[in-house]
Design a protein around this ligand. Structure first.
Ligand SMILES: *[C@@H]1O[C@H](CO)[C@@H](O)[C@H](O)[C@H]1NC(C)=O
Ligand SMILES: *[C@@H]1O[C@H](CO)[C@@H](O)[C@H](O)[C@H]1NC(C)=O
Length: 153
């Protein structure tokens, strides 16, 4: 319910929010977490962030998405970007159509937030120099942590 009235999830289709609620379609690959109880005990944290979702790894419930009440700050304890791009084969790595749509809607939201920022490069030359197209990803093999890496010298 907090998710439905949130900024981050508000433009997600209903069926997708439903899938997020009942299917295991988010990649959670972290060791540390914040419990609802500890969050609630911290008045400053509570005043700053609103909890939008929790996950359960079978042992512990943990906060998986938060957004700031007043600022464009977001925190995810899952990997919205991995479903369409990361093909390392390990438990929790999902590529289902719903997982990929979640990734799409999350990135659309972040892009729309970023576009509120009016910062820009002073010139086309400097902009071109910063583009990712200047760099080639390197295939690291299916057994590596990430199948593709970028190297910036
Ligand atoms: C999702 O994962 C949980 C915890 O591992 C498990 O209990 C549950 O059955 C799974 N749900 C689905 C729909 O696969
Ligand atoms: C809550 O915070 C305490 C103190 O930092 C920590 O020791 C404990 O592991 C946390 N509990 C959970 C369930 O995360």
């Amino acid at each position: 319910l907090a998710a439905q009235s949130s900024r981050l999830f508000q433009s997600f289709p209903k069926d997708l929010l439903q899938s997020l609620a009942v299917e295991n379609i988010t990649g959670n690959f972290h060791t540390w977490s914040l419990s609802l109880q500890n969050y609630s005990r911290n008045a400053k944290l509570k005043r700053f962030y609103k909890v939008l979702s929790t996950n359960n790894d079978g042992k512990k419930e943990f906060i998986s998405t938060m957004e700031a009440h007043r600022y464009p700050f977001y925190a995810v304890q899952w990997h919205p970007e991995k479903a369409p791009f990361e093909w390392v084969d390990k438990p929790g790595m999902t590529h289902s159509p719903t997982a990929i749509r979640v990734s799409f809607y999350t990135s659309s939201f972040f892009i729309s937030e970023a576009m509120k920022n009016r910062h820009h490069f002073p010139s086309l030359v400097e902009e071109e120099r910063a583009l990712i197209y200047n760099f080639s990803p390197v295939f690291r093999g299916m057994n590596s942590i990430f199948i593709q890496n970028y190297y910036f010298d």
